[in-house]
Ligand binder design. Structure first.
Ligand code: SF4
Ligand code: SF4
Length: 323
């Protein structure tokens, strides 16, 4: 059975913080946001297609538009969809306020809360705010993940030991967006970047209406765009994702495999390096390298034919190529 997708709504680029690590370079002065009526329409289409089971709201800081976020949660949960919300926790200034907001979110059907907290976020938001949310959520009980972005010089999160029973996720910062300009390359944690992509199980809609196949930090690249919700329906965008040739290679073989397949054919990435933070980091380097993509174009059909043949042997459905 085909697994269901997640519809990601990057609701706004406006944020009350401007973290050095921010991949979308969000800032208090940015005003770009999604219209509420459009967000509800995307959710309606997603539910009608039976292809999605979850709506994810992020930003920027989506809760700067609290009333709208609550309406989105209410609408999505009313249609039977799971919901997740990513926030920097600016609303946890007191335990009372944290409790009030969490109860409101739960009442509107929020099924998963993600709180981003690390040295970058806490240049703007006090650690106490995060602790207030953790304490209040012991009463409210929304399933909670704490996302902790790290670089080589990061110390242990000050709340990690005290709240070790919580679901902490450590993620290595990728040099994308503001991070690329503000964090020196020697400070990233380079690691394993092999294997196939198993994270492109989304349609992520940005405030400018362009849609991408995942929610990785480096996605805002023209070559990764599946289309725009101004021109295509959600169902057409799902089809575009299934037909996207390079993405299918990344999903079936992985970015490292594609880089090496290129090298074997005399095509090299312009930015030659041997270390990457993750497969998403290398994937971003591939998708932003127009020269590499152009050189690889004649080989894409051949690679896809191999993958199709492999799928055929495994009796999996074959996608149509689009180069
Ligand atoms: S990383 Fe999150 S909290 Fe920080 S500026 Fe970006 S959106 Fe705002
Ligand atoms: S490997 Fe590429 S397609 Fe997959 S999640 Fe990362 S950036 Fe997205």
């Amino acid at each position: 059975m085909k697994s269901l997708l997640k519809l990601g709504l990057v609701y706004t680029y406006k944020c009350n913080a401007s973290c050095a690590s921010c991949c979308f370079e969000c800032h208090p002065n940015l005003t770009e946001k999604m219209e509420l009526k459009d967000a509800l329409d995307y959710i309606h289409q997603a539910a009608a297609s039976s292809t999605f089971d979850e709506i994810g709201i992020s930003g920027g800081e989506a809760l700067l538009y609290e009333d709208e976020v609550l309406k989105i949660l209410d609408y999505a949960s009313g249609l039977g969809l799971k919901t997740s919300l990513t926030t920097n926790g600016f609303w946890g200034n007191t335990q009372e306020n944290a409790l009030y907001k969490l109860e409101l979110l739960k009442e509107k059907g929020l099924t998963n809360l993600v709180v981003s907290t690390d040295e970058f976020h806490q240049s703007f938001i006090d650690y106490d705010y995060i602790e207030n949310i953790l304490i209040a959520n012991e009463i409210v009980g929304i399933p909670l993940k704490i996302y902790n972005l790290v670089i080589r010089t990061s110390s242990e999160h000050p709340l990690a030991t005290k709240y070790k029973q919580c679901d902490w996720i450590k993620g290595a910062c990728v040099p994308a967006g503001r991070a690329k300009h503000q964090i020196p390359s020697g400070n990233y944690i380079y690691g394993d970047y092999g294997g196939r992509c198993t994270y492109a199980d989304k349609l992520t809609i940005m405030p400018d209406n362009f849609v991408y196949p995942c929610c990785s930090p480096g996605i805002r690249l023209k070559s990764m765009q599946l289309g725009s919700v101004s021109e295509l329906s959600i169902a057409q965008l799902v089809q575009a994702k299934e037909n996207a040739a390079l993405l299918n290679i990344i999903i079936r073989r992985g970015p490292k495999w594609l880089k090496e397949a290129g090298e074997a054919r005399g095509c090299f990435l312009q930015n030659r390096q041997d270390e990457y933070v993750s497969i998403c980091h290398l994937c971003m380097e591939i998708f932003e390298d127009e020269v590499f993509l152009q050189q690889m174009e004649p080989f894409i059909k051949e690679i896809l034919a191999e993958i199709d043949y492999e799928k055929h042997l495994k009796r999996e459905p074959v996608f149509r190529d689009k180069t």
